[in-house]
Each structure stands twice: as C-alpha cells, then as structure tokens.
Design a protein around this ligand. Structure first.
Ligand code: AVJ
Length: 323
C-alpha cells in the first residue's frame, strides 16, 4: 500500500537533493550532532568514493568483485530466461557488467539511483555493450518504495544490492529496507546482496582511515558540500575525520571531530561546537553470516546460497522471497 502514492518509477524529485539543508540543520540541532550518510554522495563525494574503492586498505569492493566474477556463471544459472535485473543504488553499474556478461537470456536491466548523471552514463555504456538488453533506469532513492514498470509485473524479478550498502542502516532499518525491496520485487523474487563481514579490528579501521587520507577527504566533503550548496562557513581545517569500531554493535562509526571550540553558520542558523565535539556521519555494520541470515529472515527473505572469499572478508548472498 505504500506503493500506491507515487506514479510508477519515481520518488518525489523534490525530496532528493534539496533536503540536504533541512537534514543538516536538523542533524546539527540535536544534542548528538549527525549528518545522514546519504549526503556523502554528491558529485565530489562520489568521485572520492570511487577512489576509495581502489585503495589497498579498502578490501570490500575488490573482494566482492572477485566473488561475483568467480560465481557469475552460477548466479546466471539461477536467473530464469526473461527475467529483469533490478539494481538498488546502481551508481556506475560496474559490478553489474560481470553478471550481465553471463545473463544472455535477461529481458531488462533496471538501474535505480538518485544520480541522473550516473544513470545516464551507465545506460549509455550498458546499452552499447549489450545491445539486445532493454535498459530502463529509474531515478529514485532506493530507501523509498519504488513501483516497477507494470510491463515487468509478470516477469521474474532479480534484485541486486551489492557493496554492503545495507551496512549503512541500523539492523532495524535494514530489516525495513529489505522488506521494502521484497515488496518492490514482488513474489518469486530473488535478491543478490553483499554484506561485509566481521574481522580483525585493525584491518577494519585501516579500511575506514586510509594512509592517503582519501576517506578523510570523503568525510570532510560533507562540510565542503554544505559550504558550496548552502553557503555554510565550516573551516575544513578545524575538523578532522575519525573512524572507530563499536564492538558491541559490530559497526564502524565515522565522525567529524571539531578541533576547537567554534561557531558555524548554516542557512541562517548558528551552531556551537565544543573542542572535541563530534558529528556522526556514517554507520557501516559488519555481520557474521548467521546474524545476517537472521536479519534477512526478519524481512521475509530466505537465504539460498552464500559465497565468501578465502579470507572470509566479505559475503555475497542469494535470497529468495519467502511467501
Ligand atoms: C559504500 C556504504 C559500502 O560503508 O564501506 C567507504 C562507504 N565509507 N568508506 C562502506 C564508505 C567510508 C561504504 N559503502
């Protein structure tokens, strides 16, 4: 029923880029300051994230890509002829190509992303490489309910949600998100999803605080973005990046730490920072395979297969909608 409010395939476009101001002011007004992590991905932030994925310390992208490459044949064998592949937060659609190469009986590919530029580039590249494939992008926030084009309703739908993006949500929100994807994809759906695994803490911390400072720049870009888009006056050298591991909740937390007592103006509001005060900017949850299975079960998905790499750094799961 959540799906009936919007015309098919569209989230409210006004709710997409323009809510940064509102979210930032609300987040900085709370006693524990925070900025939602989805605002990390403007053009500059997306470019920095692409750079992160190539860093020696940042193992998730490389490891997941290897797993997908290695299992592509088996994944393709699960996907029936005439199916539709639906990717949530498709970005550059790089990993998708590994699957599309093997899925020669696929009817259509539906990339969903909030960036129209990313969708345009991905569509052009994929349409050229796979001329038989129908590519139908949807510009939307995958956290909102999405309505599939009705012409696909009779076809088997395969969701694809790589990158351990699910880790950005707290478990309770992750369950809601996975349940919403299940409704979007309908009965008989599958979902291929990547989840980062718990591991040595030093290795985790290095992945979120690399030696070249790319992750620091990625995090600080939130403040630079506020200056660019909202005329805020954050002094970027008065804040520093921090990444910590919360053992109890099994997650990395990113913060921006105020290096001194200071005031900052954002869209007509003044915010006070104590020396050492933190703005929370991202959760990145790490799972054990069993714990992840429990989580997806609560969202109405049944685990069908799980693959990991030899070091057990990362997991890729195939889930089936449990009706
Ligand atoms: C894109 C959400 C998977 O949590 O590892 C990378 C984002 N943050 N470095 C992650 C991120 C800091 C990334 N995800």
């Amino acid at each position: 029923m959540e799906q009936s409010a919007r015309p098919h395939g569209r989230a409210d476009p006004a709710a997409i880029g323009s809510d940064f101001s509102e979210a930032l002011i609300a987040g900085l007004s709370a006693p524990q300051k925070s900025i939602p992590s989805r605002f990390l991905y403007d053009a500059a932030g997306s470019a920095l994230f692409e750079k992160i994925t190539t860093l020696p310390e940042y193992y998730p992208t490389r490891t997941e890509t290897d797993i997908l490459r290695y299992q592509a044949e088996e994944i393709a064998a699960i996907v029936p002829a005439g199916a539709v592949l639906v990717e949530f937060g498709s970005g550059s659609s790089t990993k998708t190509e590994l699957l599309l190469e093997r899925m020669d009986k696929l009817h259509a590919y539906v990339p969903i992303d909030i960036s129209s530029a990313a969708l345009r580039d991905a569509k052009a590249r994929i349409a050229e490489r796979f001329p038989e494939l129908l590519v139908m992008p949807i510009e939307a926030d995958f956290a909102q309910p999405i309505v599939m084009p009705p012409e696909f309703s009779a076809r088997p739908l395969f969701g694809f949600f790589p990158g351990s993006t699910i880790g950005n949500s707290r478990p309770i929100d992750a369950v809601a998100l996975l349940a919403s994807m299940r409704r979007t994809l309908g009965p008989d759906a599958h979902l291929i999803i990547g989840a980062d695994l718990k591991k040595n803490v030093r290795r985790l911390l290095a992945a979120y605080d690399d030696a070249d400072g790319v992750t620091a720049a990625f995090n600080l870009n939130l403040l630079a973005r506020a200056n660019r888009e909202l005329g805020a006056n954050f002094k970027l050298d008065q804040f520093k990046h921090s990444a910590t591991y919360d053992m109890r909740n099994g997650r990395i937390d990113m913060h921006l730490v105020s290096l001194r007592e200071q005031w900052v103006d954002v869209g007509g509001h003044r915010f006070h920072f104590d020396a050492g005060e933190q703005i929370h900017t991202e959760h990145s949850h790490k799972y054990e395979i069993e714990g992840f299975h429990t989580l997806v079960s609560e969202a109405g998905w049944r685990p069908q297969v799980v693959w990991t790499d030899a070091e057990r750094l990362f997991s890729v799961h195939v889930l089936i909608a449990d009706v």
